[in-house]
Write a protein that binds this ligand. Structure first.
Ligand SMILES: Cc1cc2nc3c(=O)[nH]c(=O)nc-3n(C[C@H](O)[C@H](O)[C@H](O)COP(=O)(O)OP(=O)(O)OC[C@H]3O[C@@H](n4cnc5c(N)ncnc54)[C@H](O)[C@@H]3O)c2cc1C
Length: 399
């Protein structure tokens, strides 16, 4: 299909919306992105781009800049902090990458700035302070804004509003546990490894992690993401107890990380798990977390949003109509998404839940078995996101 002829409206200027907008506008489509924010801005701390997400960014010509800002990650390592089967310090998670592969941990703001620049230079227009409430169907679809105003009709409307997209919102899918997240200065010469995501666990009710995430922009100081698992219903009690109580808790569980609790300005993130229908109406499609949200336990969400954006772009380019493109896009993405949604649902309670049995199984089995070569290979493929070869299915090159 000739993309120059297409008028496209995207709701949501997050990872999926910005990358999709940039890719389509570069191919000549007229793209408008609507976002509720007064100015486009990132929400959250940092995350790991896996080889799948890196392949998309390479295709967009952004990988060198991503590498320059991010931190190479070649190991994910979790130990017991106490209250588990085994002595504190016992390894219960050991994940490496296959030869030649690695993750890139990056601050959300750094990736956001690169994607926003790419979208602006490709000619995407932005409508900010535009809260979307739904979509209007007709011969050509449109976005409906707060107050009931419909935007100009488009050939394609995309819901990229993330996990809490108001279109098809279902309040029952919120998970019981979320986490406090903070971006903190990376302690040079400190006790943490520059190329590792490190975690500590007590049963599944407590978990903390430290991830080096590189610099936000050229010349800025390197930072780390610190996260602390917290039940949603305990957030008020945590606030009331005050910072000193939190520092004591962190020190008791992971003394080396107590300094982060002293300086952090944490934000509590809630997690959702859902798989919505990808087609939201005639000419309206969901991508990223609006389609499939999970807890960040498997660390795939940002990578999945990038893959969705590439898949939809290529499907539009390779098809004769928007309907054909939707069908091709779903063939390219559906199985991969189903697999990871299921795995995330099964594995999350081993790390974040009130269960006593699941963390015991984790402590007894997961650590030792992830050192076996075959299991190591499978776990590594799982974490890099490339089970079912989502990049190869799109026919784009690997890093
Ligand atoms: C704490 C946390 C840690 C994470 N860690 C990782 C990780 O390590 N690795 C990984 O791959 N993924 C991780 N994820 C998941 C990842 O952030 C998401 O999967 C990814 O951001 C989804 O991209 P998206 O474009 O679908 O949505 P988002 O990036 O969430 O963007 C949604 C956009 O829509 C806008 N919007 C929302 N509602 C409206 C509305 N009503 N009207 C207009 N605009 C609206 C928002 O302002 C935002 O700009 C994490 C998520 C969280 C919360």
């Amino acid at each position: 299909m000739k993309l120059e002829a297409l008028q496209i409206a995207i709701a949501g200027a997050g990872i999926g919306g910005l990358s999709l907008g940039a890719m389509l506008a570069r191919r000549g489509a007229r793209v408008v992105i609507y976002d509720q924010m007064a100015a486009p801005q990132p929400v959250g701390s940092g995350f790991v781009l896996q080889p799948t997400g890196a392949a998309v960014l390479d295709e967009m010509g952004l990988l060198d800049q991503v590498r320059a800002r991010g931190a190479v990650i070649n190991r994910m390592h979790g130990k017991l902090a106490g209250k588990g089967i085994g002595e504190p310090g016992k390894t219960v998670l050991e994940v490496g990458y296959r030869d030649g592969e690695h993750g890139i941990a990056i601050q959300r703001v750094a990736l956001f700035d690169l994607l926003l620049d790419a979208a602006v230079s490709a000619g995407v227009s932005f409508q900010t302070a535009s809260k979307v409430t739904g979509f209007a169907e007709g011969k050509r679809a449109a976005i409906v804004l707060e107050g009931g105003v419909a935007t100009a009709a488009a050939d394609l409307v995309v819901d990229a509003m993330g996990a809490s997209s108001p279109a098809g919102h279902d309040a029952t899918k919120e998970l019981g546990y979320g986490a406090l997240w903070a971006t903190v200065p990376w302690p040079e010469n400190g006790p943490f490894h520059a190329n590792e995501l490190e975690q500590r666990y007590e049963r599944a009710s407590r978990m903390a992690g430290v991830l080096p995430v590189g610099t936000a922009r050229d010349g800025a100081a390197p930072m780390a993401t610190f996260f602390w698992s917290l039940r949603n219903r305990d957030v008020d009690a945590w606030r009331k107890a005050g910072r000193e109580a939190w520092i004591d808790e962190v020190r008791a569980m992971w003394p080396e990380a107590a300094h982060f609790a002293e300086i952090a300005e944490p934000v509590h993130a809630r997690y959702r798990h859902h798989t919505r229908r990808p087609i939201a109406g005639h000419g309206v499609i969901r991508i990223g977390d609006a389609w499939h949200a999970t807890s960040p336990q498997l660390g795939q969400g940002a990578n999945m949003a990038l893959l969705d954006a590439t898949s939809l772009t290529l499907a539009l380019e390779r098809s004769g109509s928007v309907d054909e493109a939707f069908a091709l896009h779903l063939r390219q993405r559906r199985m991969h998404i189903r697999l990871y949604q299921t795995l995330s649902q099964v594995l999350t309670p081993f790390y974040q839940s009130d269960s006593r049995v699941l963390p015991m199984m984790r402590d007894v089995m997961i650590g030792p078995t992830t050192r076996l070569p075959m299991v190591r290979y499978v776990v590594s493929r799982l974490v890099t996101g490339d089970f079912l070869d989502p990049v190869g299915r799109l026919g784009i090159g690997r890093e």
